[in-house]
Design a protein around this ligand. Structure first.
Ligand code: ATP
Ligand code: MG
Length: 336
């Protein structure tokens, strides 16, 4: 059953065209009235997008800077009103039922804080308990679990302003989850974080999804977030939907290339293979005793390549790699 439904949604921002506005200064009043319309420019940040997300799904939302991701997350959170189209989250229209909607969702914006800057972290949590009317028993259980999951024990007495970015992001995530929302919207939750904190946040999100069946929609520029957390992928470009489906199908549809890496006895033999690979190999790269052999998965299979190489060389080790979605997405953005 779909928990998020986005149907033909468009968001147009009207911005003032400053250059024109200045150029029009000093003209007569009636002319000014006419040209006022021309002093604005419409930006189609989200352009007729439709998709739906089922309960418990984890979906990554990808797109270049300015593609419209944050705008869509803001509409789904009820902060922005769509220009046209219909949005529904948990059966509610976000911008029309803002209070009830807020009870069902958790939101984290990586670049903003929702915590009280000067208060110790546990006071912020106490305030959220009151705002969301969480009963004391649920509050205690959820908080204990989140403190453990996100390693917050030693931070609870510290004012939020003293926390490092990584510590604050873990706290933000806990704050967004205290009322046990069914849906979680995350806008670049791992931005600027070191690899250890990213890993902690990723594993916390996987655990949340497993334990509470939380539906997660997250935007990121770090494709590892998507690979490690999400089953599904939505790609947008200039406000338009480019792809909506599973990560697996994305690879199948857009990534024709596979790579098989073989380790040979030594560098000399590796150079021989790299210089004269099987015919199906589009190109080969040698690095020490390892050779990377690239091939088109539609024309041949990894098994076929492996058996050809093994019939000629003593292979010490062999790895078949999935194509990286990073490369594919970059190409998709560039319209290759
Ligand atoms: N409040 C606003 N007023 C006018 N234009 C806006 C506003 N917010 C966003 N835009 C424009 O809408 C487009 C989409 O912006 P949005 O922030 O949704 O992109 P994004 O995909 O989140 O990008 P990023 O990866 O850089 O965060 C951009 O062209 C942006 O300049
Ligand atoms: Mg954004």
């Amino acid at each position: 059953m779909s928990v998020i439904s986005v149907d033909g949604v468009t968001k147009v921002y009207r911005v003032r065209n400053r250059k024109k506005a200045q150029g029009e200064k000093g003209k007569s009043n009636s002319f000014n009235w006419l040209t006022r319309f021309r002093q604005y420019q419409d930006i189609h940040a989200v352009n007729n997008i439709s998709f739906s997300i089922n309960r418990g799904e984890t979906v990554g939302f990808l797109g270049a800077n300015g593609a419209g991701k944050s705008t869509l997350i803001k509409m789904l959170s009820g902060i922005l009103v769509p220009t046209s189209g219909n949005l529904e989250v948990n059966g509610l229209i976000p911008h029309r039922n803002r209070m009830n909607h807020a009870m069902n969702i958790g939101v984290v914006f990586g670049q903003r804080t929702t915590l009280w800057w000067d208060l110790p972290l546990n006071h912020s949590f106490e305030l959220l308990k009151v705002i969301y009317e969480i009963n004391p028993q649920d509050y205690k259980e959820t908080l204990d679990w989140l403190v453990d999951l996100l390693e917050l024990e030693l931070l609870l007495d510290r004012p939020v302003r003293q926390l490092s970015l990584g510590q604050r992001m873990r706290a933000e995530l806990a704050a967004a989850l205290l009322h046990q929302p069914q849906v979680l919207f995350l806008d670049e939750p791992t931005i600027g974080l070191d690899i250890a904190v990213k890993q902690r946040i990723r594993s916390a999100l996987r655990e949340l999804n497993r334990k509470w069946e939380v539906t997660i929609l997250l935007t990121t520029h770090d494709l590892r977030d998507i690979e490690e957390i999400c089953q599904k992928l939505i790609v947008v470009d200039k406000g338009k939907l480019m792809y909506n489906g599973t990560l697996h199908n994305f690879r199948e549809q857009f990534c024709d290339q596979r790579v098989i890496r073989v380790a040979l006895q030594d560098e000399k033999i590796a150079k021989q293979l790299a210089a004269d690979p099987p015919l199906e190999i589009s190109h080969a790269e040698q690095d020490g005793p390892w050779v990377a052999l690239y091939f088109n998965r539609i024309q041949t299979s990894a098994a076929e390549i492996a058996s050809k190489v093994m019939s000629q060389f003593a292979v010490m080790d062999l790895v078949v790699e999935e194509p990286s979605i990073e490369k594919t997405v970059t190409e998709l953005y560039r319209g290759v």
